[in-house]
Design a binder for this molecule. Structure first.
Ligand SMILES: [Zn+2]
Length: 366
């Protein structure tokens, strides 16, 4: 029942101050063609797709339709030491020089405005706070509503709207501050989490499971054969799926690939890079709200089995405001104790049995 489980949502207005304006004369250069294509497909009025309205839309939805069991907390600033577990000092210096400025950071998509560096520090710090919240037992799960997102950010560079790799900073904090030896990161954003994969490529202490729209879709990585290396070989699990994939494919991937892998790994903490651009209104995948809720139910069962109460979500992408806000709402209802649906699954076994019945009938008539 909704309200049976405690959930802390980290919401901090400082993340709204990251607001690059791609049409501003103070931001020389221009938005990449691919990003302009995304924008035209979504019918949004913002000149930079990863804009503050994303977080406001989620907060408005939660205020209009509150969920029992949820409490809000402010986020926190990540320290340089916490960020340096994931990023090089040269990169952190480069970002520091951007404080108070407007500029493009990489050649494709990522820009900053005067408030962006602090927003990125709060995004990473709130992800850390979410880990502390569940590791200290203050809530059974947590959700960090943060931006800029993180999973494309690599140790040495910004990429794909991401400055700091929030979920990776959170995972390494769990290792360093809470002494955890096995952390699971599930990335269900429509795009592959190339940065997260890079950071934990050779680390057997972090299992990285990523289902995403297959290359050549951005960022182009995440092939099936990319499984990690060295001691980390086998701890990176990629499931690339074609455009149009929906609930059935996602749930099958979770039940048949994620669940057995996780049962063998036995994580002490589960983090979810939760993007909502796999929704059918967003970027050419076909997951529904019920689908996100069902995936949350599977993740919650894994957490209950291996690491009760240590489950934290970190927001990644999602550019269609309606599906983003409703998707987060659907996930939070399950985290708060709502019963997850089994979309598209009901009736499958009955149809299989009916098919078997008719097949033998046909064969009997021959
Ligand atoms: Zn994405």
């Amino acid at each position: 029942m909704i309200g049976e489980r405690s959930v802390t949502v980290f919401y901090d207005e400082r993340v709204l101050e990251h607001r690059p304006d791609a049409e501003s004369p103070f931001l020389p250069g221009r938005l990449d063609r691919r990003v302009r294509e995304i924008l035209s497909g979504l019918g949004v009025k913002w000149a930079y797709p990863e804009h503050p309205g994303r977080i406001s839309a989620i907060r408005d939805r939660l205020d209009q339709d509150p969920i029992a069991g949820i409490s809000f907390k402010e986020g926190a600033i990540a320290t340089r030491d916490q960020l340096a577990r994931v990023h090089t000092t040269a990169y952190l210096d480069q970002i520091e020089r951007m404080r108070g400025k407007s500029a493009w950071l990489d050649t494709d998509t990522t820009a900053v405005s005067p408030g962006s560096v602090e927003a990125a520090e709060v995004a990473a710090g709130s992800s850390i706070a979410a880990v502390d919240e569940v590791c200290s037992g203050q809530a059974q799960s947590a959700f960090a509503l943060v931006r800029p997102p993180g999973h494309h950010a690599e140790p040495v560079r910004a990429r794909g709207f991401c400055l700091f790799n929030n979920v990776a900073v959170a995972a390494t904090h769990a290792q360093a501050a809470h002494g955890l030896e096995r952390v699971l990161i599930i990335d269900w954003d429509a795009h592959h989490g190339n940065g997260t994969q890079d950071i934990f490529w050779a680390d057997p202490g972090v299992m990285f499971f990523d289902i995403h729209r297959a290359a050549p879709f951005y960022p182009g990585s995440g092939h099936l054969e990319q499984v990690g290396a060295g001691l980390g070989e086998g701890y990176t699990v990629n499931v690339p799926v074609p455009a149009g994939s929906g609930n059935l494919a996602y749930i099958k991937a979770f039940e048949e690939i994620l669940v057995p892998a996780v049962d063998a790994f036995e994580p002490e903490l589960i983090l979810v890079s939760a993007g909502f651009d796999a929704h059918r209104l967003d970027l050419a995948l076909n997951v529904s709200y019920e689908g996100f809720a069902a995936l949350t139910g599977i993740v919650q069962r894994l957490s209950d089995r291996h690491c009760p109460g240590r489950l934290a979500f970190v927001l990644e992408g999602g550019y269609h405001l309606e599906s983003l806000a409703n998707g987060v709402h659907a996930v939070l209802e399950v985290l708060a104790g709502g019963v997850p649906p089994e979309p598209g699954i009901a009736g499958i076994e009955d149809v299989a049995a009916a098919a078997e019945f008719h097949r033998s009938a046909f064969e009997g008539n021959r």
